[in-house]
Design a protein around this ligand. Structure first.
Ligand SMILES: Nc1ncnc2c1ncn2[C@@H]1O[C@H](COP(=O)(O)OP(=O)(O)OP(=O)(O)O)[C@@H](O)[C@H]1O
Ligand SMILES: [Mg+2]
Length: 226
């Protein structure tokens, strides 16, 4: 059974002028557990819209989306929140770290929302060892403002992984980084996905980063092509 199964997903936005913008026009795609997939396409073609639907942050107008065996459109809001918190890790172009929290506190935030919360000691030690694995053992008590852009994105990666999600959704995670940092962040994501068995869906404008994924999906005129 695929981890993600999208069938005939449509999404249309209303334009301020009253017109309609048909962004997704029949997306059908299956993604197996453990795959690493790049989503590419020109600006405005709907990549973030698609990623948000996969992340259950947005809902399609029609079509079916089955995530890990569950039809998402039939999930009640509480179930959706639990799905997101337990099964999905998000990484965005800008890190969205809480400025008033330390590195370790930021990383532990997603554990607070879990229904079966790990005890704080176990969560803390998982956070510490993940931060150490990305070279941030010496930054646990620092604030985001005291970190470089690349370090902040590595914290965001660890935060996305803290609940051991099956699915990691990354929307241009290297978009604000220079080439060297972009390359190392992608490498880090791929390593972590491989060691945990997580599935990665990553939007990117960098062909070099896309080429490192197991497959690339191209979004064009509202449809996906391999
Ligand atoms: N809430 C909204 N209301 C109306 N239109 C929207 C809304 N969100 C997105 N759009 C439009 O839908 C289209 C697709 O947006 P989306 O953010 O998915 O593009 P994208 O492929 O991620 O672009 P980029 O590479 O620039 O991030 C854009 O033309 C955008 O203006
Ligand atoms: Mg986008």
């Amino acid at each position: 059974m695929p981890l993600i199964s999208l069938s005939e997903i449509h999404k249309t936005y209303r334009e301020p002028g009253g017109g309609e913008l048909r962004v997704l026009r029949g997306i059908s795609q299956e993604i197996e557990a453990g795959e690493t997939v790049a989503v590419v396409g020109p600006s405005g073609c709907g990549k973030s819209t698609l990623l948000n639907i996969i992340g259950t942050l947005d809902t399609p107008d029609s079509g079916s989306y089955v995530l890990d065996g569950e039809e998402v459109s039939r999930c009640a809001p509480e179930r959706l929140a639990a799905l997101r918190g337990g099964k999905i890790g998000f990484i965005f172009q800008l890190h969205h770290l809480m400025p008033q929290c330390t590195v370790l506190e930021n990383v532990l935030l997603p554990t607070l929302a879990l229904k079966d919360r790990p005890d704080s000691k176990a969560a803390r030690s998982r956070g510490e060892s993940l931060l150490a694995s990305v070279g941030l053992a010496g930054r646990l008590d620092w604030k985001p403002a005291q970190l470089s852009g690349g370090e902040r994105q590595r914290v965001a990666v660890v935060r996305a992984l803290i609940n051991a999600p099956k699915l990691i959704l990354a929307d241009e995670p290297t978009g604000a980084l220079d080439e060297k940092n972009a390359e190392s962040l992608t490498g880090l994501l791929l390593d972590l996905c491989q060691s945990t068995g997580a599935t990665l869906v990553m939007v990117t404008h960098h062909p070099a980063q896309a080429a490192r994924m197991s497959r690339t999906l191209r979004l064009h005129e509202g449809r996906l092509a391999s």
